[in-house]
Design a protein around this ligand. Structure first.
Ligand code: GLV
Ligand code: MN
Ligand code: MN
Length: 406
């Protein structure tokens, strides 16, 4: 974990390994090295998802997959992603060292590009593996430098007409398990060591572009301005307001964030002519999320009309919340009860590769506590003992799932 953390280390202990950056590649190289040392058979697909396989007595049997991601947000922490990859590697290494007999293969997986920080597109590697990437998703997926996700994909032979070319045959997978930090405050507050995840809140993402008129900040009278940034400011406040109205459990517990904004020309002496903002709306209730997204879109149009400026609302991705497997959950709970581990059954507010894997196989998730609930920040922290306990639980779950008759 420490060796991974040093790759992309920045100010105040932050970590930045953006998808397809040199730092992310170096993280993946380190993992390949560790997998080789552990004696795993390595397969890397065209997008760069890495699979390290330990065969069981029947190498043709469907495999139990366990893993997560190594890419991070900008100025993120050390634990979001690596805990699940390194934890799975440690579990499989332990199984191998102890010659634990397994009826089927077990694969450690590292997915490419789980974070949406660069292209606004999350769970890229697992979405490709699960055949969930569609043409319309690619149109507005562009990074801050103008690089199109579509171009990155075509550079490795994944084109608009063969987006399902990386899809893994579900018959080769028995289950997918992901160990992850909670990224929220519940486990710590309830003094529980493990979270067993029921479902994952999915995001709806939009790019909203207000286009007014860039003009002189000194000569243009207030009543003659078409300030795109002021329009954006109104929308940002509205996102906060409407999501607060829908924040209670009975209203679907919707959360909404404007996390990025780009202004043109973005100088002190010009009225902003263009403001582009990202909107991320999430909930475990599909209906509530859809309602709030509709309200935000309507308000953006209203603001533009009132101010006599233009607005473009570009959808990036609109996903449905995902329920995890109903049989894996009791199995993980049973292990916790046998071993006297205090656990909590809970939904996940953050997105994970498990939500894509759930579309092709049975998926289960194990959470370990986050100090003060902080994540996507250099302050992200999980106690090593808690990671250790989560890893032991993952190992035990892998063994039981591998031996399960399905
Ligand atoms: C991933 O961490 C996400 O939920 O944004
Ligand atoms: Mn994350
Ligand atoms: Mn993550």
């Amino acid at each position: 974990m420490n060796a991974v953390s040093r790759i992309g280390l920045g100010d105040h202990g932050s970590v930045t390994r953006l998808v397809f950056s040199i730092k992310e590649l170096r993280g993946r190289q380190l993992l390949i090295h560790l997998m080789t040392q552990a004696g795993l058979k390595i397969h890397i697909d065209r997008i760069g998802n890495i699979f390290g396989r330990l065969n069981g007595s029947d190498p043709k049997a469907p495999a139990v997959l366990a893993g997560s991601h190594l890419d991070t947000v900008v100025h993120g922490g050390k634990f979001d992603g690596p805990v699940g990859v390194i934890g799975a590697l440690e579990a499989v290494r332990t199984l191998k060292e102890n010659k634990v007999p397994l009826p089927c293969p077990v694969e450690v997986v590292c997915f490419v590009g789980e974070e949406s920080s660069r292209f606004g597109f999350s769970t890229l590697g697992s979405s490709l593996l699960a055949g969930q990437v569609r043409m319309e998703h690619l149109t507005n997926a562009v990074d801050a430098h103008g690089t199109k996700l579509e171009d990155v994909l075509s550079s490795v032979g994944i084109y608009r007409d063969n987006l399902v070319s990386l899809t893994r045959d579900p018959a080769t997978v028995k289950a997918y398990l992901e160990l992850h930090i909670e990224q929220g405050p519940i486990l710590e507050a309830k003094n529980k060591k493990i979270g067993i995840v029921t479902s994952i809140a999915a995001p709806s993402r939009l790019k909203v572009v207000f286009t007014g008129q860039a003009d002189h900040s000194g000569t243009t009278p207030m009543e003659m301005r078409k300030d795109a940034l002021v329009a954006a400011a109104h929308l940002i406040l509205y996102v906060e307001q409407v999501c607060s109205e829908f924040s209670q459990m009975d209203k679907g517990r919707v959360v909404g964030t404007v996390g990025a904004i780009k202004i043109d020309p973005g100088v002190i002496n010009a009225i902003p002519g263009k403001a582009e903002l990202s909107v991320d709306i999430r909930s475990i209730s599909a209906e509530a999320k859809e309602r709030v997204t509709r309200l935000v879109k309507d308000r953006a149009e209203q603001i533009a009309e009132d101010r006599n400026i233009a607005v473009d609302i570009l959808p990036i991705r609109d996903e449905l919340p995902v329920a995890l497997d109903g049989r894996l959950l009791p199995l993980i709970r049973e292990i916790c009860e046998e071993k006297g581990i205090p656990y909590e059954i809970m939904p996940s507010g953050a997105g994970h590769d498990a939500m894509q894997m759930a579309k092709i196989t049975r998926a289960g998730m194990i959470f370990v506590p986050s100090k003060r609930g902080i994540s996507h920040s250099p302050l992200e922290w999980t106690d090593p003992q808690d990671i250790c306990l989560g890893t032991q639980l993952l190992l035990e779950t892998i063994v039981r799932v591998a031996n399960e008759k399905i």
